[in-house]
Design a protein around this ligand. Structure first.
Ligand code: SAH
Length: 285
């Protein structure tokens, strides 16, 4: 692989590594999977880290860019086993940080979008550590780019909401914390994270909130990775037969009129139950 990373020898950052005190923790967004979507700052952090604590969602190709001498610690859920407790992750970071090492806490997508980055930041600050936050491309934005579906569009979507399909404590949410009725103006896009288990509840809630059941839904699995899969359906499909989408994690749903625009690349289309008519695709005006 060509090394495009020589440009990272940026004099503005030189000398930072020379002083390991106070312990430096970088909370870094690893993006959706494709390593080329990392920021230059993220790559530099990986190249200079002594210890990297990474989540399950982080694509291992991203770790190939890391300092080969860095210790890499997986703190995610592996093979359906139990997850690390947030408190244990905090303690592990603190133990390494007070050993004077440069720590990278690497999270999928952006650390501050459904990544519990806020909680980790608070714990680190409380312990008196200096933290730098390096953003990453969040899944909704990556999936939109990969499928060439704009999240906002002057005629079709004036606002966008990032919604979590997971409730507090890993339960399924009832979506009572969000006024989906108010968002039902035909000009709104909802991007739903952690949506695989929750798609049925979400579909029925949206219909209950008055959304047109034929509103298009675009589900994107493994966005920007080689196994990326896209499937188009409708809110009715979510409510009535979510299994027809055959979604696997990680997947994101884009819901709203923009989701009916022509998709770049391969697309699976769910046929509607009675008519066998594919969900309608809008044309660009
Ligand atoms: N901080 C992450 C989100 C963590 S929550 C971010 O900013 O993207 C985990 C959820 O993110 C997954 O359940 C899925 O909904 C979404 N996700 C992460 N990576 C994804 C990918 N490559 N393709 C599709 N969805 C993804």
């Amino acid at each position: 692989m060509t090394n495009h990373l020589e440009i990272l020898d940026n004099p503005a950052s030189a000398g930072r590594e020379a002083n390991p005190y106070p312990a430096r923790v970088q909370l870094v967004g690893a993006g959706p999977g494709d390593p080329e979507l990392l920021t230059l700052k993220a790559v530099r952090a990986l190249q200079t880290a002594d210890v990297i604590l990474y989540d399950e969602l982080v694509n291992r190709c991203v770790l190939d860019l890391a300092n080969p001498r860095a210790r890499q610690i997986h703190v995610g859920k592996r093979g359906g086993g139990p997850s690390w407790k947030q408190r244990d992750i905090h303690e592990l970071i603190l133990a390494h940080a007070f050993g004077g090492r440069g720590i990278v806490r690497l999270k999928g997508g952006d650390p501050f979008v459904f990544g519990r980055g806020g909680e980790e930041l608070a714990a680190l600050r409380e312990a008196g550590l200096e933290v730098e936050v390096i953003p990453g491309i969040t899944a909704a934005v990556a999936a939109a780019a990969s499928t060439q579906i704009p999240l906002t569009h002057r005629q079709l979507s004036r606002t966008v909401t990032f919604l979590s399909g997971a409730g507090p404590g890993h339960g399924l949410p009832e979506f009572t914390h969000i006024d989906l009725e108010a968002l039902n103006d035909g000009l709104h896009t909802v991007a739903v994270y952690m949506a695989v288990k929750t798609s049925h509840a979400l579909g029925t809630t949206l219909i209950g909130a008055g959304w047109d059941p034929e509103t298009p839904v675009l589900a994107i699995e493994n966005a920007t990775r080689h196994q990326e899969r896209r499937v188009r359906a409708s809110i009715r499909d979510l409510a009535e037969r979510p299994e027809a989408l055959a979604l696997k994690s990680p997947a994101i749903l884009l819901i709203g009129r923009v989701a009916g625009l022509p998709v770049h690349g391969q697309l699976d289309v769910i046929e509607t139950a009675n008519t066998k008519r594919p969900t309608r695709e809008l044309a660009y005006a």
